[in-house]
Design a protein around this ligand. Sequence first.
Ligand SMILES: Cc1cc2nc3c(=O)[nH]c(=O)nc-3n(C[C@H](O)[C@H](O)[C@H](O)COP(=O)(O)O)c2cc1C
Length: 218
Amino acid sequence: MARVNRFAAQRIDYTTKPLELSDLDVDPITQLSAWMSEAIDLGVPEANAMVVATVGSDGQPSTRNVLCKEITEAGVVFFTNYGSRKAIELANSPKVAATFYWLPMHRQINIRGLAKRCSDEVSNSYWESRSLGSQAASAASQQSQPLESREGYTKAVDDLALQAEAEGALERPSTWGGFEIEVDVFEFWQGGQDRMHDRFVYAKDPGAESWNIERLYP
Ligand SMILES: Cc1cc2nc3c(=O)[nH]c(=O)nc-3n(C[C@H](O)[C@H](O)[C@H](O)COP(=O)(O)O)c2cc1C
């Protein structure tokens, strides 16, 4: 293996106070929501971004960032194109993992669960909150497919935007909508000094009402 670059000296020391079990809410959704709000209040750019991992039918994982647009009682919601790689992989294999990372707070949350398409009502409601420009860009995109001409795509977006302006709205295409990740495992990670990080995992026994919280070695 020929080395191209090296990052051995690249190091940030995490000096945040240790995370204790008593700092955590019994409900991981409340805890996730609290950490997300803290990140947003601190001004972390795109604090609602999360890396979502899906797996192809050949077992090959792939990842990408999406924006978490809602936290629900069951988990988190993001919106995308239902013809995209991630959506096709989720249709074949709904097991999904995602990671939030807030560098200034030295915090990470990993979640695992099952992705399900949102109802039309949920997808319509978010679609209608978007600008006509981003509606047009999404409607004209065959996300994840090869794009032969950027000009062709730009023209399709402009045409849709004009149509939307004339009609006052653009209907949500059936090829675009939300996924809700119903989370069954949450891990909250807080960076600590000298790599003495804190990790707590929430999981539920089958049929149980309450969550078990367990500390892991970092
Ligand atoms: C910070 C950030 C947020 C993004 N948010 C979304 C999103 O909410 N929905 C989406 O479909 N793509 C989003 N993207 C683009 C995706 O990362 C990705 O390129 C696209 O969804 C196609 O992914 P796929 O081919 O793996 O399906 C975002 C990219 C970044 C960097």
